[in-house]
Ligand binder design. Structure first.
Ligand code: G
Ligand code: G
Ligand code: MN
Ligand code: NA
Length: 250
């Protein structure tokens, strides 16, 4: 496939980009970190959506090279920020099938000098599907370094309450589809409240994704949602666009 060889070339040419989206404390609105999101501008076809090329990378195995690049680039960048700021990096299920993932992460932390407690790895429920015991063991080793693990897109997939109990997640990210329905569908408020309550009971942090309006923000703050992310606070952008927010190591 042409797009596959173009993606291979882009990886070889270091031609992908990382965008960064702010994450803020739910109560105060203070910046706590950024999620790194990969972008590809194809030389002929222009911007290719990550849903397309990340999926292609997963099918072809290129996700390993792509994922390593994203991790290294995000950690290198975050090491230059104020030490209070964390970086969240998405991991694909394929990256979990490589038993050396923890060693890769450890090597990147060592190379970039980023403190492990400033790295959050976002995984979806699909990491569970293949080999649950192995996934748990990999997550435990990562956590042993001090790295935090978030369950991404919570509520949209297969995660049962048993999964939440068995997996050593530090955080849940409430999928933006629920946040979008706040104030529209009364059921959404019920679900979001239930997830926040579950997070408190299981001592997991909760991040609300896709916060776009101040009404959504107010609802989430009133319900003591720990962290928020969404266009209301900032879109994914090149880090230079957020330069003034990164300064002043504390
Ligand atoms: O970035 P949005 O802006 O369009 O992201 C679309 C999807 O692509 C999301 O599900 C997101 O998790 C995924 N994605 C973005 N960047 C990365 C990445 O670096 N690695 C992986 N595995 N997925 C990513
Ligand atoms: O699946 P994951 O959460 O990793 O992907 C994040 C995706 O959500 C990216 O595509 C990002 O561009 C998108 N996103 C982030 N904030 C908002 C928002 O406030 N509204 C909408 N519609 N999408 C958002
Ligand atoms: Mn994510
Ligand atoms: Na998400």
């Amino acid at each position: 496939r042409v797009l596959e060889s173009d993606l291979r070339q882009a990886l070889a040419d270091n031609a992908l980009n990382l965008y960064y989206q702010p994450q803020v404390d739910g109560a105060s609105g203070v910046l706590v970190g950024f999620e790194a999101l990969v972008r590809w501008t194809h030389p002929v076809r222009g911007e290719i959506p990550p849903s397309v090329f990340v999926a292609l990378a997963e099918e072809t195995g290129l996700i390993i090279t792509l994922g390593d690049w994203v991790l290294r680039e995000a950690c290198r960048e975050a090491a230059t920020w104020a030490p209070s700021l964390k970086v969240a990096v998405n991991l694909s299920p394929r990256q979990f099938q490589k038993p050396d993932l923890p060693e890769t992460v450890l090597a990147v932390l060592a190379q970039t000098g980023l403190s492990p407690d400033r790295l959050e790895l976002e995984v979806t429920e699909s990491v569970i599907i293949n080999d649950m015991a192995r996934a748990i063991s990999i997550l435990r080793r990562l956590k042993g370094f001090g790295v935090r693990i978030s369950m991404d897109d919570f509520g949209t997939g297969y995660a049962s309450l048993a999964t939440l109990q068995a997996f050593p997640f530090d955080k849940m990210k409430i999928d933006r589809s629920f946040v979008a329905q706040l104030g529209v569908d009364p059921q959404a408020a019920v679900i979001v409240r239930a997830v926040l309550s579950l997070g408190r009971s299981l001592r997991m942090g909760v991040v609300a994704e896709g916060v776009e309006t101040s009404a959504q923000r107010r609802f989430l703050a009133d319900e003591a949602c720990g962290e928020m992310q969404g266009y209301l606070f900032g879109k994914p952008r090149p880090i230079g666009d957020y330069a003034e927010m990164l300064c002043c190591p504390d």
